[in-house]
Structures are given as structure tokens and as C-alpha cells.
Design a protein around this ligand. Structure first.
Ligand SMILES: Cc1cc2nc3c(=O)[nH]c(=O)nc-3n(C[C@H](O)[C@H](O)[C@H](O)COP(=O)(O)O)c2cc1C
Length: 494
């Protein structure tokens, strides 16, 4: 492939007006962040009410750190000898680890931004893989453009960052990339924005490389079988309603306070004819009593931890495989045999895609650590997670419950997504969440029956779980959590 020479303004225009001056990638502090630079070179980042020490740097760095307000060019692999460039990279990486920077891809000719990159994964670092002219790329089927306030953002549940589209020509290019294009085809376009943006999008899996000769290439080229089976809205819902792969505020933040009045706790009665129901008399059944004695327990008695025998009983009663069979796929001639199990709680399609993972803090007879419950063997498999990950898991549960200490055992309910999406289109993730509700109530009931305490937890960190298990977030991941232990005796229950 011949590279056209850029000898005159006319030829420069032919090869793409912006190819003459490659865009620059700059790291910029997030708007909410200020840097506190001390005379001894120590630098701390201030965000809202808290301060994060970033380390001690040379005086030259302290000076340059101020430029991070507008943007500092990202050093490209600084040589060993260039101490200043390496120190700048160290400072930017410290900020990146804490999610305190964004990146501007600046069009030097137009003195304007092409895109601004907002990291979504902790530690996101923009990388620019080399894309040869012959490489064919296409927009991921998980990527989407939407309006956010007065901006247009390009996102994907697979991406480590989102892209604020500042130059409308990028949006045009994205539309073109709905169909596979070779890099050389893109380079010949009038609006070619240079290789950096394509490389950054490829790095985030917003663009995927495909082999155009392969049948059905775009969908299969996205990744493994696990990814192929996800519907667009399901993967988006999963990543946007959990922690770990997004930087948006999440949880009980009361975002509509002062703008919209809260709905009443009880729905106003329908007008019209009312049918009174007969009073319920007679003594309650033992099940009713159990049902009505259930309550959420957030604080646990660490002097009397749950025992391994109690934990075993709970897992056996709630989740153990009770039967196994296989049957041929309905409605299809020569369909494969599919394996099924029966378990104590009902599950959509008898798929039983939910798995229990235990983060154990304080259990009499079981070492602190991370375990998987093997529901067929009724055994725990120890998973070699790092102690600080175990601690992070427990702390986030403590935080979610606003509790005074971590739960004795944190049960993370994870889904093997492919087990259910292999069968169900469009409703797979909704079914998983419904199954989580069913299992959660079963856990509540059995914990109550055993004289233990428990509490459902509405948040879960899918990135932390992926790190602890080594499993890709789209293959198997957390969809619910339940804190468990022996509850602290409340004054009423004493
Ligand atoms: C899906 C779900 C998510 C929940 N998430 C939390 C949570 O994150 N933190 C918490 O303290 N309680 C959580 N709870 C517990 C509820 O706050 C509790 O069930 C509710 O206040 C009613 O109280 P009770 O369970 O004692 O009857 C959750 C409950 C459910 C069912």
C-alpha cells in the first residue's frame, strides 16, 4: 500500500485534512479534583471532602502538575533517562488509579477536542494498539451513542471508558463504521480523524477487529461464546446497575429530592366498589410464624460466630442439588440433551444458573477466605483470593448496610449467564434477577428458621468479583448479595 506524500495543502486535503497534524492525547484533572502541591514535592488530590496522598515528586513535576488543570500531554513510553517524563507518568497513573483524570484527544489544527475520554474502570489507561491498513474494523454491537445533558456520549458496557464526542465528524465516522471497513478505507475519507481515535476505540472494544471472510463475523468476533449469547440491553443493564465497570453515582442518593414529591408508602385505594375480605382468625401456622418473624439483621455478634455446622445446614436446605436428569431439547428434531437439576427453590426454566460464593470473615470451624459452594457435592471449594480483596468485599457489604462491622459470612449470588441466555432471548437478565429474588427470600427464611440473621444487599461489585475469581465479567458474575451471621441480640429479643 502506497502512502500518499503530503507535499502540498491540496494533497493533505485528499488524504484527510487532519492527518497533517496528529492529535495529541492530554490527561486532565476531573473538574471536582484539585491538587495540593507541597514545597517538599508531596502531592495530594482533593475531591469533595477527602484528600488522597499521591506520593512525593521532583520540584519540576510539582510545577508541571498545575498544567493538569487544562491537560498535560500523556508521555509516550518515556525513556529510562527521562526522569521528568517518567515522574509525570507516575503522577498521572496515581490519579488514574483513583479515577481522578480524564483524557482529551485534541485536534492541534483546529485547536479543539475531538473526544474527551472518561474512564469507567478503575485504573483505565488509554492505549493505542497499531492498526495496519489491512485490518478490518466494525463498531461493536454493544456500543451506543446517546445525549447526556448537552453532550453526545459514546458508550459500551464492554469499554473501560466512555467517549464524549466533541467533533460531529466523529459521529459521522461512527455511522460509517456500522458496516465493516478496512483501516485504509477509513484513511481515504475526507473526515479521517487520524489513527489515534481508531486505536483508542479499538482498545476499548468499541471497535472490534474482524475477519470479513468468516460467515457471521461481526457477532462472533466480539469475543467468546459467553459474550455472543448476551443481548445488548441485558449486558448494558448488568454493567449499569452494578458497581465496578462504570463511574456513575449509584445507590440511595435520593436524586429527585426537592424536585418531585415522594410517592406514598401505600397506594391510594381505587375508587368504586370495595369488597371487604373476611377477618383471618385461628392461630397462625408454623410457616406463617416463621414468615412473620423474618426481619433484616445487619449487626452480628462476633463473640458468637455462626458455626460451620449451621452454615452447612443453611446451604443444604436452601441450595443443594436434590435431583438431576437430562432431556432432549423440546421443539427441535435431534436437539441436544440438556442437563437439569432440581433444587429447593423455584428457578426459571429449571436452569439454576445461580451460584453461591462465600466471603467468610468469622465462622467457627471455617477459615477466613473466599469459597464457592458446590451445590452437587455439598462442599466448599476454597478460591485463592487476595486478602485485601476479601476485605474489600466485606467492607462494601458493611457500608451498604450502614453496619458497625462486616457480616460473619457474605454470600454473593453469581449467575452463569450463558446457562440461561442459551435459551431465553430478551428476557434472560430479567429472569436472572427474578431468580435472585426467589433465592434471597429462601435464604432469609432458612436463616430465620436456624435462629440466624441475614440481610439482602442491593449493590455488588462485578469488577472485584472478576478479579477474585479470574472469570470474565460477562461469563459469570455477581447479581445479588446476602449478609449472614448470628445477629446481635436486640433489646426486644433478649
Ligand atoms: C433486593 C433487596 C435489596 C436490599 N438491599 C439492602 C441494602 O443494600 N442494605 C440494607 O441495609 N438493606 C437492604 N435490604 C433490606 C431491606 O432494607 C429490608 O428488607 C427492608 O427495610 C424491610 O425490612 P425487613 O427485611 O427487616 O422486614 C434489601 C432488601 C432487598 C429485598
Amino acid at each position: 500500500m502506497r502512502t500518499p506524500k503530503r507535499t502540498s495543502k491540496t494533497t493533505a486535503k485528499k488524504t484527510g485534512p487532519r492527518s497533517a497534524a496528529p492529535p495529541t492525547l492530554l490527561a486532565r484533572l476531573n473538574a471536582r479534583v484539585t491538587l495540593d502541591v507541597q514545597p517538599d514535592g508531596s502531592i495530594a488530590a482533593h475531591v469533595d471532602d477527602y484528600s488522597e496522598p499521591l506520593g512525593t515528586f521532583s520540584v519540576a513535576i510539582a510545577e508541571r502538575a498545575r498544567d493538569l488543570r487544562d491537560g498535560l500531554p500523556l508521555p509516550s513510553v518515556p525513556p529510562e533517562s527521562d526522569a521528568v517524563a517518567r515522574d509525570i507518568e507516575r503522577l498521572i497513573r496515581q490519579l488514574a488509579l483513583r479515577g481522578l483524570v480524564e483524557y482529551r484527544l485534541r485536534d492541534e489544527r483546529a485547536a479543539d477536542d475531538l473526544v474527551v475520554i472518561e474512564p469507567q474502570l478503575p485504573g483505565y489507561w488509554p492505549r493505542m494498539p497499531t492498526l495496519s491498513d489491512a485490518t478490518t474494523v466494525v463498531l461493536s454491537r454493544f456500543a451506543y451513542l446517546r445525549r447526556r445533558g448537552g453532550e453526545m456520549v459514546l458508550e459500551s458496557p464492554r469499554a473501560g471508558a466512555l467517549f464524549r464526542i466533541c467533533d460531529p465528524r466523529i459521529a459521522t465516522l461512527l455511522a460509517v463504521l456500522a458496516a465493516p471497513q478496512t483501516i485504509s478505507q477509513i484513511r481515504r475519507r475526507e473526515d479521517y480523524p487520524g489513527p489515534a481515535i481508531l486505536a483508542l476505540l479499538r482498545d476499548c472494544d468499541i471497535l472490534v477487529s474482524i475477519d470479513p471472510a468468516k460467515h457471521d463475523a461481526p457477532r462472533r468476533a466480539e469475543g467468546d461464546d459467553g459474550l455472543v449469547q448476551w443481548d445488548f440491553h441485558d449486558l448494558l443493564f448488568h454493567t449499569r446497575s452494578t458497581e465496578g465497570r462504570q463511574a456513575n453515582p449509584l445507590g440511595g442518593l435520593y436524586p429527585h429530592t426537592g424536585l418531585i414529591a415522594p410517592l406514598p408508602a401505600v397506594r391510594p385505594a381505587w375508587p368504586g366498589r370495595i369488597v371487604g375480605l373476611p377477618e383471618v382468625d385461628g392461630s397462625p401456622s408454623s410457616f406463617e410464624e416463621l414468615l412473620h418473624s423474618r426481619q433484616s439483621t445487619r449487626d452480628f455478634d462476633d463473640d458468637k460466630p455462626i458455626t460451620l455446622v449451621e452454615l452447612s445446614r443453611l446451604l443444604h436446605s436452601v441450595a443443594r442439588v436434590r435431583s438431576k436428569w437430562s432431556s432432549q431439547l423440546e421443539f427441535v428434531d435431534d436437539g441436544p440433551d440438556i442437563e437439569y437439576t432440581g433444587r429447593p427453590y423455584p428457578g426459571a426454566g429449571s436452569a439454576y444458573e445461580l451460584e453461591l460464593y462465600l466471603t467468610v470473615a468469622n465462622c467457627d470451624g471455617l477459615a477466613r477466605g473466599f469459597y464457592h459452594y458446590d451445590a452437587a457435592a455439598h462442599a466448599l471449594a476454597a478460591i485463592d483470593a487476595h486478602p485485601h480483596q476479601v476485605e474489600a468485599m466485606l467492607q462494601s457489604a458493611e457500608f451498604a448496610m450502614d453496619a458497625s462491622a462486616s457480616p460473619q459470612v457474605l454470600i454473593t449470588i453469581a449467575a452463569r449467564f450463558g446457562r440461561i441466555s442459551w435459551k431465553y432471548s430478551a428476557i434472560a437478565y430479567a429472569l436472572i434477577l427474578k431468580d435472585v429474588g426467589v433465592l434471597t427470600q429462601t435464604l432469609y427464611m432458612m436463616a430465620t428458621d436456624l435462629g440466624l440473621g441475614g440481610c439482602a444487599i442491593g449493590t455488588t461489585n462485578i469488577d472485584l468479583f472478576a478479579k477474585m475469581t479470574g472469570l470474565d465479567f460477562h461469563v459469570e458474575g455477581p447479581v445479588g448479595q446476602f449478609a449472614l451471621g448470628r445477629g446481635l441480640a436486640t433489646p426486644a429479643s433478649r
